[in-house]
Design a protein around this ligand. Structure first.
Ligand SMILES: [Zn+2]
Length: 278
């Protein structure tokens, strides 16, 4: 009888010891899970893998300041199907005329490439634009939002067109762009531009298919005082091509927006230009 009681006590103690060991092991197994869960509460923790699922990509750290170029490239990405690569002809054109591609307004239409290759491509793009006439002109048309802003500026200030009246200052056809090019340059000049050996000509005339005037967002004006410039700026019009003094571009933004979207202010011969950071 005593032997049976001893055996029963022995079995009971053994079971108790096994239960204690199992309990301690479970507590140890749970410990790392608690730590992982805490780690997931920390934003940007690269080790955070909630519930064993697919790792989350690190959240962008907004404390790291982006460069002008990074902000610019990010802003233009919504318009251009391919961002031109440094050294290419398209990159040279983007650098010279691409300031307008920062525009985030859905009412401003832009081509999906900095270069329109021929009259047909130009017409296809222009056929999708809503154009409005500049008041007091014969046949000067711009994209609606740009024209409305310019008409408002011109209602406050006397702001004459460069030629005084005509369409050549406003939206142009591919043929007009080509004709203007041949007035100042030729195929040899174009070859040098493409090779990056000639840039000065880009301030005088745009190569065929590359003019901002094809996009309905540029106009050539005859400006003689600072008040005219200030009024144009207030209505979203800026100078974006250094040394092309009569040339104005509709950006539709404030100066602080231009900085935020990566444009760089450059003052040349007393004139303030907003240029690409490329
Ligand atoms: Zn112009």
């Amino acid at each position: 009888m005593r032997l049976i009681i001893k055996k029963a006590i022995y079995i009971f103690i053994s079971i108790l010891v096994i239960c204690i060991v199992v309990a301690i092991t479970r507590i140890n197994l749970h410990q790392p899970n608690v730590q992982t869960s805490n780690a997931c509460n920390t934003v940007n923790s690269p080790s955070c893998v909630p519930n064993g699922s697919v790792p989350i990509s690190p959240t962008p750290n907004f404390n790291i300041p982006q460069t002008d170029k990074e902000r610019f490239l990010s802003a233009i990405a919504s318009h251009l199907s391919n961002i031109p690569q440094p050294g290419s002809y398209e990159y040279i054109l983007l650098k010279a005329y691409g300031a307008v591609f920062i525009n985030q307004l859905t009412t401003v239409k832009l081509p999906s490439n900095v270069l329109l290759n021929n009259e047909q491509e130009t017409q296809t793009f222009q056929n999708n634009l809503t154009m409005v006439k500049i008041e007091g002109t014969n046949d000067c048309y711009l994209q609606a939002i740009a024209a409305t802003a310019l008409n408002q500026a011109r209602s406050q200030q006397n702001i004459p067109l460069k030629s005084g009246y005509g369409s050549g200052d406003c939206t142009r056809t591919f043929a007009t762009n080509l004709r203007f090019w041949h007035k100042y340059a030729n195929q040899h000049t174009l070859d040098k531009v493409k090779q990056g050996q000639e840039t000065a000509i880009l301030s005088t005339v745009a190569p065929p298919g590359a003019s901002q005037h094809l996009w309905g967002l540029a106009i050539d004006l005859r400006i003689s005082n600072q008040q005219q410039r200030k009024t144009l700026n207030e209505y979203g019009w800026f100078q974006t091509v250094v040394n092309d003094v009569p040339h104005w571009t509709y950006l539709g933004l404030t100066e602080s927006d231009l900085v935020n979207l990566g444009l760089v202010n450059k003052v040349e011969k007393g004139i303030s230009y907003w240029v690409t950071p490329l």
